[in-house]
Design a protein around this ligand. Structure first.
Ligand code: OGA
Ligand code: ZN
Ligand code: ZN
Length: 408
């Protein structure tokens, strides 16, 4: 193992950069510029895999082009040299390759857990803040529709609020049917489903969907019977009923799951484990469909965090493809979850020009019943967006207007 330290005075004071091989396979980089001087350790295999030279990395597509069929996972650094003036670390490898990395690039990819956490929370996906129904007025942020359409800063704040709280309200939208499309296209593009791109929620004779009645619509997830559920609902209120009812109901099901996890862990475990058959059978625009997706009510990701929630009374299939002995306990657990959610739901009535946006795979939503007559109707235009598209837009907005320096 050999070590080289280089230190030279630069204008703004002493700046050092040193790098050495540790344990034969890793490289330790020590920036000493006062601001962020912690030692960073990088596994050699990772550095070699991420070589930025033109042979290993395709610049314009920002993609790895390294020949992985020939990649040696036992590759070792033979020598390392730091160039403080250029802010670079150069490595010679046991596979006869040479690589260079800038300090800035290395810093952004430091394996330090604090740095990784801030990258994940500030850039990958903002951490969610779960809320109880009683907190709704404090957490629900309002934005001006025209401002969101015109200013990137407003667009970013809306999408950030949606990511963190799962709900945000836009106000002052015009009363035409094109609002949901224009808004979705400001972010990216509409997510199409069985029910089209834009859909109209109003009481309809011979309704093909339970929502298209004026009956109370209990708390639910839209399209739980899709493997790839639409992520965010956009509901534009064009006409609101003057009758009682027609209010929206919202509850943060991540908060309900938190409560279940701490107060009723057996129910929580069951709702995370037992797959439920969700379904939707019908036809739309002359096209017949039969959708089924099996998934638990609470779906966890690889890190044990909530990935998504599924709940719908009308769209739960009469097929329940689980072992017999799981059925009765599951009903008890599910009933507890549904009761907790119902008791925590916050009701509010949107006004014409309001656009309610919320996370369909986190919040449960519903609607109170209303009277629908010729003189007193209700007309909501809806559309969906997907998180992939929203997060991507949010990251691009953040890249162009980074947060204050001390955070990154
Ligand atoms: C729906 C729905 C809410 C509303 O159509 O799935 O939840 O306000 N509608 O009518
Ligand atoms: Zn290379
Ligand atoms: Zn719905």
């Amino acid at each position: 193992m050999w070590l080289q330290r280089v230190g030279r005075s630069l204008g703004q004071g002493r700046r050092h950069l040193s790098a050495k091989i540790v344990k034969g396979t890793s490289i330790e980089v020590q920036p000493e510029d006062g601001e962020s001087a912690a030692t960073m350790t990088f596994p050699g295999v990772w550095l070699r895999d991420n070589c930025r030279c033109a042979v290993c990395f395709h610049g314009s597509s920002k993609s790895r082009r390294l020949d992985w069929d020939a990649f040696d996972t036992r590759v070792r650094p033979l020598s390392v040299r730091s160039d403080k003036a250029a802010g670079q670390v150069h490595v010679s490898w046991s596979d006869a390759h040479e690589s260079s990395y800038t300090l800035a690039w290395l810093r952004q990819r430091s394996f330090d857990t604090q740095r990784q956490r801030s990258y994940l929370e500030d850039f990958y996906r903002p951490s969610t803040r779960h809320w109880a129904g009683a907190e709704f007025e404090q957490i629900a942020q309002h934005f001006d529709y025209e401002q969101v359409m015109a200013e990137d800063a407003s667009l970013k704040q809306w999408l950030q609020a949606l990511a963190v709280y799962g709900v945000a309200l836009l106000r002052g939208a015009p009363l035409d049917e094109g609002v949901v499309r224009r808004l979705a296209e400001r972010v990216g593009f509409i997510r199409r489903t069985t029910y089209g791109e834009e859909f109209i929620v109003q009481a309809k004779p011979g309704a093909q969907n339970f929502a298209y009645l004026s009956l109370p619509l209990p708390l639910h997830t839209d399209l739980p019977y899709y493997e790839y559920k639409p992520s965010v609902n956009i509901l534009h209120c064009v006409v609101q009923t003057k009758s009682r009812g027609g209010s929206n109901l919202l509850v943060d099901a991540f908060h309900i799951a938190d409560r279940l996890r701490s107060q009723h862990p057996e129910d929580f475990e069951r709702l995370c484990r037992i797959p439920v058959d969700w379904n939707d059978i019908g036809s739309e625009d002359g096209r017949e469909f039969h959708n089924i997706w099996r998934a638990p009510v609470i779906c966890l990701d690889a890190e044990g965090k909530y990935a998504r929630i599924n709940h719908s009374v009308p769209q739960r299939d009469s097929h329940f493809s689980v072992p017999l002995e799981e059925v009765e306990p599951w009903y008890e657990s599910y009933a507890r979850f549904v009761r907790l959610a119902r008791d925590d739901a916050h009701a509010f009535k949107t006004r014409p020009g309001d656009v309610l946006t919320f996370n369909n795979i986190r919040l449960l939503h519903g609607r109170t019943g209303y009277d629908d007559t010729e003189q007193n109707s209700r007309y909501i235009v809806g559309a969906y967006l997907d998180w992939d598209i929203i997060y991507s837009r949010l990251r691009v907005l953040k890249k162009h207007a980074p947060p204050p320096a001390n955070k990154s």
